[in-house]
Design a binder for this molecule. Structure first.
Ligand SMILES: NC(=O)c1ccc[n+]([C@@H]2O[C@H](COP(=O)([O-])OP(=O)(O)OC[C@H]3O[C@@H](n4cnc5c(N)ncnc54)[C@H](O)[C@@H]3O)[C@@H](O)[C@H]2O)c1
Length: 280
């Protein structure tokens, strides 16, 4: 068990990638608080994880609500004494031309995608600082560095996640807090596709989607790393999963084994290694 004794919170854990991540963490011994706005699907996650033998509790949480997020962190630490990681996977992704949107929609999307990461960080910060560190992980996407039609706010939110993680990593290092993002790095079911729609999807289509619980092993690996080892970086779950399968949990690190964008990772690692407070 890679995560025995660790306690973690996952947002968006009722469906899709967040569900798979939560399940993988539980299977490796972590105590998991699964959170989401969708209570019915959350119950489904909990049933499956309990059947795995995992220690799991569910809490309804809108990741865009800072006070509610703080409440979940307090409950977690009251219950389990510490908080080793928060993974923010909750998202909405309305496909809409920019000119059809409005102020309410722009900020709703941002407040979940980016606000959820801010709230996770603000809620976990003092706890992690006091206990000597922790992992804060958000989910990357092709939209973290490219643009797509009908996904303007989705792309803006994903870019904001990267900028936040890269920038705060420098200040967070003093407290042993690591901030990173992890993209799927393999095809997974499309965002927003429900359990019912998944069941109705032909096997020929479903078979190209990687099991999110398998990809969740990448998060097991990252959370099991010392927090001072990696921060401010973007990983991809697919290559990490391939590396675990090829060499085991303690595979020998190199950027090509953990991301599809190894040049960017090398650049970032070099940036942090040589960072000077005097640079503008
Ligand atoms: N599916 C893909 O192809 C893909 C590709 C790249 C990145 N991602 C990323 O993976 C992550 C998960 O996406 P997914 O595709 O699994 O989505 P999904 O639609 O399957 O699941 C998203 C979950 O977030 C929950 N959610 C919605 N609003 C919320 C809120 N306010 N607070 C908390 N939870 C909320 C939903 O109820 C749902 O359970 C996202 O960050 C997404 O950007 C997905």
């Amino acid at each position: 068990m890679q995560l025995e004794g660790k306690s973690v919170i996952v947002t968006g854990a009722a469906l899709g990638f967040g569900y798979g991540i939560a399940r993988a963490l539980g299977q490796e011994g972590a105590r998991v608080v699964v959170t989401d706005v969708h209570e019915e699907n959350l119950s489904r996650s909990v049933s499956t994880m309990k059947a795995d033998g995992s220690q799991v509790i569910m809490r309804k949480l809108d990741a865009s609500d800072l006070n509610a997020f703080k409440g979940i962190v307090k409950e977690t630490t009251d219950l389990w004494g510490r908080l080793d990681a928060v993974v923010h996977a909750g998202v909405i992704m309305p496909l809409e031309d920019w000119e059809n949107g409005n102020e309410g929609q722009w900020w709703k999307e941002m407040s979940i995608s980016f606000g959820g990461l801010l709230n996770a960080t603000a809620s976990a910060w003092d706890v992690m600082k006091k206990q000597g560190g922790g992992h804060i992980i958000s989910i990357a996407s092709g939209s973290s560095f490219r643009g797509y039609k009908k996904e303007v706010m989705y792309g803006a939110g994903k870019h904001a996640n990267e900028g936040f993680v890269k920038s705060l990593a420098l200040e967070a290092a003093a407290y042993g807090i690591a901030l990173n993002t992890v993209g799927p790095g393999k095809r997974i079911k499309p965002t927003a596709l429900t359990w019912e729609e998944i069941a109705q999807t032909p096997e020929s289509v479903r078979s190209v989607w990687t099991d999110p619980t398998e990809l969740g092993k990448a998060f097991v690996w990252l959370i099991s790393q010392p927090t001072e080892r990696f921060s401010g970086l973007r990983f991809d779950a697919g290559p990490i999963l391939d590396s675990i399968r090829a060499e085991g949990w303690n595979f020998k690190f190199s950027p090509d084994k953990v991301t599809m964008y190894q040049h960017e990772m090398r650049y970032s690692m070099n940036w942090y290694e040589n960072y000077s407070d005097t640079e503008g």
